[in-house]
Design a protein around this ligand. Structure first.
Ligand code: FE2
Ligand code: FE2
Length: 197
């Protein structure tokens, strides 16, 4: 459970995504994800997933943890695709949050297409129109997926108590309504803090 596949190529990420998600989302949403860099975006500038593809790797692993918890704890969701939608897209807000700065372009290895010695880092994108975290994920996702209330609340409170003291009471109410809100936060924490992505 602790191990995850590291150093994936973009093609491998898309392949993993298709295996898990293709039947569950529209072609329009899929194309949007590709066009907007969901498979190459980082998950942060310097914390977990601060590498090319980090956003996908984090989201994929959260989905796996949620599915595992669903099975072990016999979690009941409003609809079966919920853990997939929540895990994969709870951090969709990050899709345009960072820009990649190439410090050292590296060298393309003849015949393989691999690049050696490439060095990059990430900075905040100053051109973002929408800001915010969980709310922004819900807004972006709502363009393509008709979210259930449970999915909306799981994404809204995936930061748990880190969301800030003014939200503690709402977080509490959300957990009482759907226990999956608590497990979504746990899956997110387990993935970033224990699995390290
Ligand atoms: Fe998040
Ligand atoms: Fe997350």
């Amino acid at each position: 459970m602790l191990e995850y596949e590291k150093n994936l190529t973009t093609n491998r990420r898309i392949e993993l995504f298709n295996g898990l998600m293709k039947e569950k989302i529209s072609k329009e949403f899929y194309d949007w994800l590709i066009e907007n860099g969901f498979f190459t975006q980082a998950a942060s500038t310097k914390y977990h997933g601060a590498f090319e593809g980090g956003l996908f790797d984090h989201s994929y692993e959260v989905t796996q943890v949620l599915l595992d918890m669903t099975q072990r704890l016999n979690l009941q969701w409003t609809r079966p695709e919920s853990p997939y939608i929540i895990g994969m897209f709870h951090d969709l807000c990050k899709i345009d949050n960072y820009i990649t700065i190439v410090d050292e372009p590296g060298e393309i290895m003849m015949g393989t297409g691999d690049v050696k010695g490439k060095e990059i880092h990430f900075e905040y994108n100053q051109d973002c129109i929408l800001t915010g975290h969980a709310d922004k994920s819900i807004m972006l996702l709502s363009q393509f997926v008709n979210l259930t209330e449970e999915e909306m609340l799981c994404i809204r409170f995936h930061m748990g108590a880190y969301e800030g003291q003014d939200q503690w009471d709402n977080y509490d109410k959300a957990i009482r309504k759907y226990e999956t809100v608590l497990f979504t936060h746990t899956a997110d924490m387990y993935t970033s803090k224990v699995k390290g992505v």
